[in-house]
Unconditional design. Structure first.
Length: 291
């Protein structure tokens, strides 16, 4: 029988790749989860999913030109993500097409192009690497990138926090009283893209948005204020990432899907049992009716 402390701490003490994966997941949790909170408050969670797929062709082109070059795939992903974000916004502002429709069109084109590029010029291993990530193969350069993006994200959120919160609650009022509306909007989009690129390197295109959206959605059932919401989302991301790493190690399962499934499980449990979950809300309604 394996001792609990050995089962939990042993993999991280014994294996360097598990420690690297842990450091990478901590960086993503500190960076992507707060961005996910603002993504949820702005009612743009589905946009996050679309943008996660939009970075694929840029990363794929970088891979084809330079191989598994971290810098090339990162720059390609950022360029592709920003191009889709700006392009869909321009279409929405200059045509009859709404922004959600134009974003969906751009994202479908980007995803199809990216998968085609990798499938035609690469192999099945390359495609799996791009779609599902290699969190257990993060090297020093990848960790430096993840922590660099975390530092930029935290610093930027501290600077634009107030206009960003106001932009989430009442963007029209912000535009009337301040010229910071555009800074908050486009600054947030830039943070979204670079965090999706960071998640892409660790969890892959299909999973990157999971560590961004699911912790924020789960935390929303527990707290209401923005500060505690960010703290709760970050904590959920951290705990689910560690649990996912351990489960995938002991069960020999793919790591990225296990982490995202763990986040999904926390979301479902929160939806049912949290103070603002289904059971609590039904109890409040019944008490109100009896009164």
């Amino acid at each position: 029988m394996i001792a609990p402390d050995t089962a939990v701490l042993g993999p991280f003490i014994e294996f360097g790749f598990m420690r690297s994966a842990l450091f990478g997941c901590v960086a993503l949790s500190l960076s992507a989860a707060p961005v996910g909170v603002f993504l949820m408050l702005r009612r743009m969670s589905l946009m996050g999913d679309a943008m996660a797929h939009a970075i694929l062709p840029g990363a794929a082109i970088g891979y084809l030109l330079f191989g598994l070059s971290l810098a090339a795939m990162t720059v390609g992903g950022i360029i592709a993500g920003l191009a889709v974000a700006i392009g869909s916004g321009l279409v929405a502002r200059n045509t009859l097409i709404r922004e959600d429709t134009s974003l969906a069109a751009f994202y479908l084109l980007s995803l199809s192009l990216g998968v085609l590029i990798v499938s035609v010029r690469g192999n099945s291993v390359d495609l799996l690497h791009v779609l599902f990530g290699t969190v257990l193969a993060l090297d020093t350069a990848a960790l430096a990138l993840l922590w660099g993006i975390t530092g930029v994200t935290v610093a930027t959120l501290l600077v634009i926090r107030r206009p960003l919160i106001l932009d989430c609650l009442d963007p029209d009022f912000l535009r009337q009283v301040s010229g910071l509306g555009a800074l908050a909007h486009y600054g947030f989009l830039a943070l979204l893209v670079i965090n999706l690129v960071a998640g892409f390197h660790a969890l892959g295109t299909l999973m990157a948005v999971g560590i961004m959206v699911l912790p924020a959605a789960a935390a929303r059932f527990w707290v209401r204020r923005v500060g505690p919401l960010i703290g709760a989302a970050t904590t959920i991301a951290l705990l689910a990432s560690v649990a996912g790493l351990l489960v995938s190690y002991h069960a020999d399962w793919p790591t990225s899907p296990v982490i995202v499934l763990g986040l999904g499980l926390v979301y479902l449990l929160s939806m049912v049992f949290a103070p603002r979950g289904v059971l609590r809300q039904r109890s409040v309604r019944r008490s109100h009716l009896r009164a």
